[in-house]
Design a protein around this ligand. Structure first.
Ligand code: HEC
Ligand code: HEC
Length: 307
């Protein structure tokens, strides 16, 4: 009986720390930011109904800066030259209809700098993408066009590359802002890997341009899922200013499903053993319960004659 009491006390304090103190300390250290489930309540709904045919004609104006690979439209420049011209490489537009929130995209096309909430960074210089839609109707037409070419399925990796990949490296997945790290070979005689050196030189140039543009080098996101909570990441991507006022990271405008894809990729790269852990977890718990029960029986048996 006495032993059960002791066990009870240990369990009580363990639970107190786990359920009470830890989350409390956490909430004091990190301010709580209310999420909006990627609904963007600050943006007014767009009532106009878009026509994809009209939108297709308007989209010709995007091709001066963006590729639309699924439609056979190549990038007008390589990523490094584009970063020289604009600060970053404009993303490919094939997937925007599948990954971005519709309302966000319409507003972004009318007024990119305010919709992305980066006007504070562009007080005395122009945002590299000019407004592309003059009214709700043309914005809705463009959105309708990009939705009409959106694929049904988008892979998590593709979602990451579109939404974050022009700014954030992911070295664990061999991803850099100018594409995948090439598989190259060292020269047997000199020991040098010229292709890799050339690639690194280009990457450094891109990063230099990006730092001038954003004021800061965006961090590598390989293990961000371990450094930051799920809640932080979600509310930060939904509205970076809410957690880091004054930051140069834009509001990207992902839909809920779009964000889930991106997050799945961050998790896949940063915490690849998670699915396995989750599968093994219940088995370990079951084992511990059975083992504790057997240990208890054994303990009773040992002390039976001594009391
Ligand atoms: C003069 C060049 C230019 C033109 C023309 C242009 N864009 Fe852009 N666009 C950019 C640049 C540069 C960026 C990246 C800006 C950044 O990330 O800071 C960008 C970013 C975007 C984004 C990403 C926004 C996000 O959520 O992160 C979308 C979507 C987009 N453009 C759509 C379009 C569409 C659609 C058109 C045509 C109707 C178009 N752009 C025309 C330069 C351009
Ligand atoms: C146009 C460039 C750009 C894009 C696109 C972008 N980011 Fe960022 N991001 C930045 C910059 C710049 C910072 C550094 C912020 C700072 O310290 O001010 C940053 C910081 C971050 C941080 C670190 C926050 C912290 O304090 O730990 C996370 C996490 C992050 N970004 C996630 C993402 C994700 C996920 C995406 C894609 C959905 C994304 N970013 C898209 C530019 C970008």
């Amino acid at each position: 009986m006495k032993d059960l009491k002791k066990l009870g006390i240990v369990v009580f304090f363990t639970l107190l720390v786990y359920i009470g103190v830890e989350p409390y300390a956490h909430s004091v250290m990190h301010k709580h930011v209310e999420g909006h489930n990627f609904k963007y309540p600050d943006l007014k709904p767009i009532a106009a109904k878009g026509n994809p045919e009209t939108g297709k004609a308007l989209a010709a104006a995007c091709m001066g800066c963006h590729s639309i690979k699924s439609q056979g439209v190549p990038a007008p420049m390589d990523p490094v030259s584009a970063s020289g011209a604009y600060g970053v490489n404009p993303p490919d537009l094939s997937l925007i209809g599948a990954l971005l929130d519709e309302k966000y995209l319409a507003h972004f096309l009318k007024d990119p700098v305010h919709t992305a909430i980066v006007a504070h960074k562009f007080k005395d210089r122009a945002y590299p993408m000019p407004p592309m839609a003059t009214d709700d109707q043309s914005a809705a037409d463009l959105v309708a066009y990009f939705k009409s070419i959106a694929p049904k399925e988008v892979k998590p990796k593709e979602a990451y590359e579109f939404a974050c990949g022009r700014c954030h490296e992911m070295r664990y997945a061999k991803w850099t802002q100018i594409g995948e790290v090439p598989k190259t070979k060292k020269n047997i005689q000199t020991g040098a890997d010229l292709a890799k050196l050339k690639f690194n030189e280009k990457l450094a140039e891109y990063k230099g341009n990006m730092v001038k543009y954003l004021g800061k080098l965006p961090p590598d996101l390989s293990i961000i899922v371990r450094a930051r909570s799920e809640e932080f990441l979600e509310t930060f991507v939904e509205d970076p200013q809410s957690q880091l006022p004054g930051t140069g990271m834009p509001r990207v405008g992902l839909s809920k499903e779009g964000y889930e894809k991106v997050f799945a990729y961050l998790e896949e790269v940063g915490d690849p053993s998670k699915p396995k852990r989750e599968k093994v977890g219940p088995i370990v718990l079951l084992y511990m319960v059975v083992f504790a029960f057997l240990a208890y029986l054994w303990y009773k048996h040992q002390w039976k004659d001594l009391h």
